[in-house]
Design a protein around this ligand. Structure first.
Ligand code: NAD
Ligand code: MG
Length: 330
């Protein structure tokens, strides 16, 4: 597999270009500041009255409405929330999207599921850091970077690949390494990872473990420590050295118990559920559900979010974390 580094990317491809970064949230602030610090010309696009307007200006950046920023730019990076992108694209980007411009994304959802249809004479690229925006910014300031994925949906100029690599260099991605993918692969695997494992599977695993102990009469505070708090210690070990490193660090009892009991908790039934979830992603069924949910002003999403926030483990955790001086207060 080819991995691109700093020496494969030429920042001068973007030297005389203006880059509009639309949105100044998690990814937006990191991209805009890193590109600016790399010596490139950046304008941030926001809506009038956005709370981010002041903070982007205080960070030394030029801020305009999305329509103005897009009109003045050669490359437009869409970093407003995925469900807001189609409307911002239609109302503020499309009117000035001329031949030779570049439209960029950090996630493939709207292109892959056909919510945004750019004109044929525009390059359509993706530069997706594999980490949250705050890490992208922090690593950059420490002269390092977060690995990036790049993808080309349309190469109208013949230079789309060079431009994507230059952008990645500008945000620090080529310092760590850049892997090429497709909009389809990035979108489907990203959705699957967050649904089945990262934001779905693990949350239910923690909840079920907590409830099992509490329902058996153990103190909720103890259940919290065993099923949620210690998750970070285990994940850090897996992150640093894989599953072998984690199993090496825990006791033999924990290792034997985990290897024999784990497959009983997450077994064939879970694998079948994962396959069904992947199929719903690939068929577009999940995308349709999420788009319609947003069009209806997200009633189910808001109810599910509230139920999660009000759950027992969340209440217990809020109190217990006040005992932990090293955890930053939100
Ligand atoms: P975010 O919610 O953190 O920030 C969105 C920004 O857009 C905010 O500054 C908000 O004020 C602004 N905004 C909202 N509505 C707007 C409008 N109508 N007009 C102008 N500005 C508006 O979003 P994010 O998490 O940074 O996600 C941006 C993109 O990056 C998405 O495509 C997402 O999939 C992708 N991405 C995010 C992460 C991550 O770690 N958060 C990682 C990889 C890719
Ligand atoms: Mg992801």
């Amino acid at each position: 597999m080819k991995v691109y580094y700093d020496s494969d990317a030429d920042l001068s491809v973007l030297a005389d270009k203006t880059i509009a970064v639309l949105g100044y949230g998690s990814q937006g602030h990191a991209h805009a500041l890193n590109l600016h610090d790399s010596g490139l010309k950046v304008v941030v696009g926001l809506y009038a009255g956005s709370p981010s307007w002041q903070s982007a200006q205080a960070d030394g950046l030029t801020v305009q409405t999305c329509a103005e920023a897009a009109a003045n730019a050669d490359l437009i990076m869409m970093l407003v929330p995925d469900m807001v992108q189609p409307q911002v694209y239609r109302d503020e980007v499309l009117p000035s999207l001329k031949a030779g411009k570049v439209l960029a994304f950090a996630h493939g959802f709207n292109i892959h599921y056909g919510q945004i249809h750019p004109p044929a004479d525009v390059d359509v690229i993706m530069i997706a850091p594999k980490g949250p925006g705050h890490l992208v910014r922090r690593q950059f300031k420490e002269q390092r970077g977060v690995p990036n994925l790049i993808a080309i949906s349309r190469d109208a100029s013949g230079k789309a690949h060079k431009i994507a690599l230059a952008y990645s260099k500008g945000i620090g991605g080529t310092r760590a390494g850049v892997i090429e993918t497709t909009f389809r692969e990035e979108t489907e695997t990203d959705l699957f990872g967050e649904q089945a494992v990262l934001c779905g599977g693990i949350m239910e695993l923690i909840q079920s473990g907590f409830e099992t102990l509490v329902e058996a009469g153990y103190k909720p505070e103890i259940a919290y420590f065993e099923c949620l708090h210690e998750m970070k210690l285990i994940v850090d070990l897996i992150y640093e050295g894989g599953m072998s490193r984690m199993f090496y660090s825990v006791s033999d009892t924990a290792e034997f118990g985990g290897l024999t009991r784990g497959p009983r908790v997450v077994g064939e039934e879970s694998k079948q559920a994962m396959k069904k979830i992947l199929q719903e992603i690939r068929s577009g069924e999940f995308a349709t559900e999420w788009i319609l949910e947003n069009q209806a002003k997200a009633p189910r999403f808001k109810a599910l979010r509230r139920m999660m926030q009000e759950s027992r483990i969340e209440q217990v955790g809020k109190d217990l974390r006040t005992m932990m001086s090293w955890i930053a207060k939100p």
